[in-house]
Design a protein around this ligand. Structure first.
Ligand SMILES: Nc1nc2c(c(=O)[nH]1)N[C@H]1C(S)=C(S)[C@@H](COP(=O)(O)O)O[C@H]1N2
Ligand SMILES: [Mo]
Length: 198
């Protein structure tokens, strides 16, 4: 598999690949606020709503036909572990944004998942090729407990910014807070600045 190695993106943010206060693990722990939700490939829908020229809906089959990329990425959990070299395959955030046509007054983004989870990011932090709607890990369908069928990955942010079981992205003209952000976690979540809490 041809993976683009994007693990050097840390150079934009800090001197060390491992952000401060993190330790490297080769495990891939599961962190979910509640259980793993069921999904049905026949009825699953992915929606793009809010401050866009055209709101979009994709079936699972339609989503899988979108152009995809495979990247080797690092994964930083705010609880202190980092996993290097995760091979994720999926559709980039800019690819989706371009199809919807983002309004000039959009400044923020809210992602939502099938378990009721939400997480938010400034729009400019999402408009990067490394922000993926990922459906495969290491060439295999993304495991359900890691967010399969589809999750977001944000290698430049703590991993709570990556909504598992993602089925909606909303473009916002004002900042709003997601699940953990309402509970005191950082809206910007830069691991090299240790933006864990707000
Ligand atoms: N839908 C959803 N997405 C989520 C979560 C969640 O509880 N629900 N937990 C977040 C947190 S806190 C982390 S660290 C990562 C963990 O991803 P993993 O379980 O694949 O390691 O998913 C994030 N995305
Ligand atoms: Mo987390």
């Amino acid at each position: 598999m041809d993976a683009t190695d994007v693990t050097d993106l840390y150079q934009e943010f800090g001197d060390e690949r491992l952000p401060p206060g993190q330790r490297e693990t080769t495990e891939f722990p599961v962190l979910s606020k509640s259980g793993t939700p069921d999904w049905d490939p026949e009825t699953w829908e992915f929606t793009v709503t809010g401050a866009v020229e055209e709101e979009l809906t994709f079936s699972w089959a339609e989503f899988r036909e979108l152009p995809s990329v495979t990247q080797q990425q690092d994964f930083h959990c705010v609880t202190g572990w980092s996993k290097f070299d995760c091979p994720f395959t999926g559709v980039s955030f800019p690819e989706i944004a371009e199809r919807a046509g983002v309004d000039d007054d959009a400044v923020h983004v809210m992602f939502s998942g099938l378990d009721g989870y939400t997480t938010d990011l400034p729009l400019e932090d999402c408009m990067r090729e490394e922000v993926l709607f990922a459906w495969a890990f290491d060439g295999e369908a993304l495991p359900a407990d890691h967010g399969g069928p589809l999750r977001v990955v944000t290698p430049h942010k703590y991993a709570y910014k990556g909504a598992k079981w993602v089925d909606g992205v909303e473009f916002l003209t004002e900042s709003q807070r997601g699940y953990w952000e309402r509970r005191g976690y950082s809206q910007t979540a830069n691991p090299w600045k240790e933006q864990r809490y707000s």
